[in-house]
Every structure is written in C-alpha cells, then in structure tokens.
Design a protein around this ligand. Structure first.
Ligand code: LFR
Length: 480
C-alpha cells in the first residue's frame, strides 16, 4: 500500500476538531484542519448540544481537510463522547434536539429504573459502571410523546455519519455505553430493552470499527468538494475507544488515563469482569476496538479545573491556565484532597463552592485562593487515578508496569508528575491527540494503508510520536 489520507472528526465536550491523517506502514502524520468550540445551549426544557452547529463545523472541517491534502481524501471517521443520542422519526428527521448528558432531567430517574430492573441484573448483562446519565436512564426520562414519534435512536457519532451518508446504524464501542448492550454476547440486550419499555426497533444494525458505511451524499460532496470515491468508515466512535487504540504501549502490561473533560482510568482486557466486587467498585466493561474490553472507571477529570477557571474568568480573576498551573506547582504537597467522583460535580455551575463543600465533608481544610484550589484539584485527581489503577489491577488480575496518560491532560506537567508519584509507577505522557490517532489508524487499516493488530498500530504511534516520561519520586516525610 502506498498510504492513505483520511479525516478524523473528534468531538469533545468542550471542543471539536477535524484532523487530517496521512498514513502508511512507516508514516503517521496528523495535522489539524479545523478546531472549533462546542458550546451547549440551555433551553426552557433543559441543556442541549448544538448539533447543527457541530455538523456545520464538521462540514467546514472536511472542506478544510480536502484543501489541505495533496491527493484525495479516502475516508472520514467520527468519534465523540458516549451515551447521548438523537431520536429520528420515520422520515429520518430529528424528533427533538439532543440533550446534554449533564442535563438535570435524569435526576432521580435511575432509582425509578432500578425498581423495575434489578441493578445486579443490569451489571451482569451490560457490565457497565453506574453513571446517572447512561442512555437507559436518559430514555426513561424521555418524553412519551417523543418516544411515540421516534423510529430510530442514533448515538451522536452515528447521527453525524447518517447526515453524511444517509446510512443508519450503531457502532459497537459506543453501543456498549448505552446500558442496553450485552457485554458478553456483543448484541443489543433484547430483554433489557423490553424491561425498559422500549421498542426494539429503535436500535439499529451494529457496525464494527473498520466497517465501511458508504459514500457521502451528493449534497455533502457539493458543499465540501470531496471526491465521489470518498467514504465514511466506522471507527471506535466512542472517543475513549479510539483513545485507547491511540495509547502508545509496547506490551499489555499498561494502565491508561485518557485525560480530557473526563479521565477514563483502567486497563485493556480480553474479556469482561462481571463479578460482584467489580460492580461494587463501579468498574465498567466498555467495548474496545478489535473485541477488547475497556475495563475502567470514570474519574471526574479536568472538568473540575475547566469549570473553576470559567468561574474565575467570569469574576475577572486570573484565568490563564499556564499561570494557574505554575502557581499551583509552587504550593507544595500535603494539602487537602476530596473525592472527585462525587456526583455533585456532574452539573455545570459553581465549581469552587462545590469543591469547598466536598473538602468540608471529607473533614479537610478548604483550599484558600486560586493556587491552592488548583493544587487541591490536581492532588485529588492524581490520588483518584492511583486508587483506580490499583483497583483495576486488583479486580482484573491484570498487572501493569506503566501508566499511559493520553489526551489534553498530557500537556499538564504538574498533573503528570503528581500522577506518577501517587501511582508509584512511571507515567508516559502523550500523545495529546491519541483519540484522533486511534480514529485515523482504524480507518487506515480498513483501507489497507496499514495492516496488523492494535500492537502494530501502537508501534507506529511510538515510532512517530514523542512522549514524555515521568518517574515516580519516593514519598518524603513532608508528603501526605
Ligand atoms: C469521555 C466520555 C466518557 C463518557 C463520557 C460521557 O469523553 O466519552 O467515556 O463516560 O464522555 O459520554
């Protein structure tokens, strides 16, 4: 093969990007064609994603990618955060604007669902950690009128793929996050769908990462200028699935922290762990590329920092992240820590107030001022990562020698250093764009530009993308 040029659309909770990938067996280059903010919109009925704006930017990004590449774009693949969806009527039109998973409409809903469906049964079938906004709970909060009109449920990457191609379907890694997917059989969990009172017809044909979805619609080609030979290809459409493909590990003895708005912390396994201990520790078994299992937990992530910074910005205080991190690094160890996984942190809004409350509840002093608050957030995240890595290893029996930290957080040196110290393991930081790399590599393999398994792809990332290594420092008496 002489290589391929591919577009990766990677939508994050705070920004999206369209990346141009050039891939051959000894080549992996990623350049940014278009980056854009993702700004949710609050309507009287709740918090929504601005999906039309996102699609507009997706198209602009494809046009920019085509202009930036010398030959022709072979394919496009889309990934985004999980669980959220659009409902489509018989004509394929959106029944309503998709909701944001941080919307409060799911408050208290899980408890109602659990009265009808035993959470132990849910775990035994889906292997999913409990998160209040999982698709099954969002659907339970959905208006009955809308559900009556709905003929198809399209998870967001599948919705955008549908708009590009006219083809409906559900990519498996993202289906695995809905709470309606059987983790062992790899099919929709028909019995749960029935118990949830949903129509089985809502749930489309499953696609594997690497499946070619089809050519782009004429109107998409007209708007973006891409060739009629270009196709959409399914990737690990759950961003975390693509991120784990993009982890530059040399062998299976690794843990990962995929660090963006959320931090997804865990290990890669061959099969699910569905034990009672695993359920009690709230570990998830999400579907990975090539049939792997992403055995992990959601840690609240850089959302804690981003929301604090947004608050400071509104108040006219320092909001420059490098400055804040430099200040936090001068604070020194031993300060207060809180549990970042408290569901109180899920909605947007007054973050520093909630952090102060969490510290009080933990019997800790409240961090005073910006530097101490940033330090407290990072210390708390590093501790949570270390706890989660330890639990993942203990619950799965999968030993690790190294923690790979990928995504935007890899740029945060203080966080990487604190994580290495807390874990007592080396942290290998980078690539920042692991998700887009995982997206592009799965497409490249589908189109013959690379061959082989996840390890071949990871070797190519290692050969082309520098990382930074942080050795753990022994704890001193001044540390916690
Ligand atoms: C990360 C992520 C997590 C998922 C959360 C909500 O971007 O996809 O894996 O739990 O967003 O969808």
């Amino acid at each position: 093969a002489n290589g391929s040029t591919l577009a990766a659309v990677d939508l994050g909770a705070s920004s999206g990007r369209v990346m141009l990938g050039r891939v051959a067996p000894d080549r992996l280059e990623l350049t940014e064609a278009h980056r854009f903010p993702n700004v949710p919109v609050r309507l009287p009925d709740g918090l929504h994603w601005d999906v039309l704006r996102l699609y507009r930017d997706l198209l602009d990004g494809l046009a920019a990618a085509r202009r930036a590449c010398d030959g022709e774009l072979r394919s496009v693949g889309i990934d985004s955060w999980a669980v959220d969806y659009g409902l489509l009527d018989a004509a394929g039109t959106l029944v309503s604007n998709p909701y944001h998973y941080r919307d409060s409409r799911t408050d208290g809903v899980a408890a109602e669902v659990h009265e009808r469906i035993d959470p132990a049964q849910l775990y035994a079938t889906t292997g999913l950690q409990f998160l209040p906004f999982t698709t099954i709970y969002q659907l339970a909060a959905e208006s009955p009128v809308r559900l009556r009109h709905a003929e198809h449920l399209a998870l967001l990457p599948d919705l955008f793929t549908y708009w590009l191609t006219g083809e409906l379907g559900t990519e498996r890694t993202n289906a695995s996050t809905t709470g309606l997917f059987d983790a062992r059989r790899g099919t929709w969990a028909d019995e749960l769908v029935r118990q949830a009172g949903l129509s089985r017809d809502l749930f489309g044909e499953l696609r594997r990462p690497g499946d070619v979805v089809g050519p782009l619609l004429p109107e998409v080609r007209a708007e973006t200028g891409v060739a009629s030979s270009m196709v959409a290809t399914a990737v690990g459409s759950h961003d975390t699935a693509s991120a784990v493909v993009g982890v530059p590990a040399a062998d299976e003895r690794f843990a990962y922290v995929s660090c963006g708005t959320w931090s997804l912390v865990g290990v890669e396994l061959d099969g699910p762990v569905l034990t009672a201990a695993s359920r009690e520790a709230n570990f998830t078994n999400e579907g990975g590329v090539d049939g792997t299992v992403r055995y992990l937990r959601n840690v609240m992530g850089l959302w804690l920092l981003a929301e604090s910074v947004a608050e400071w910005e509104r108040a006219g205080l320092t909001s420059d992240l490098p400055t804040l991190l430099a200040m936090a690094s001068d604070v020194g160890p031993g300060g207060p820590v809180f549990d970042p996984d408290d569901p109180a942190f899920i909605p947007p809004g007054d973050m520093t107030g909630r952090i102060a409350d969490a510290c009080r509840r933990a019997g800790q002093p409240v961090p005073e001022g910006q530097a101490r608050t940033v330090r407290c957030i990072l210390d708390s995240l590093a501790d949570a990562y270390a706890r989660t890595v330890r639990d993942a290893v203990a619950l799965s029996g999968h030993e690790v020698d190294v923690v790979h930290l990928v995504g935007g957080g890899a740029q945060n040196e203080l966080l990487c250093r604190l994580t290495a110290d807390a874990c007592g393991l080396p942290v290998v930081a980078g690539p920042v764009e692991a998700t887009a790399l995982g997206n592009v590599l799965v497409q490249a393999r589908a189109h013959g530009a690379v061959t082989g398994d996840l390890w071949t792809m990871r070797a190519l990332i290692r050969a082309t993308h520098p990382v930074r290594r942080y050795e753990p420092r022994p704890r001193t008496s001044t540390d916690r």
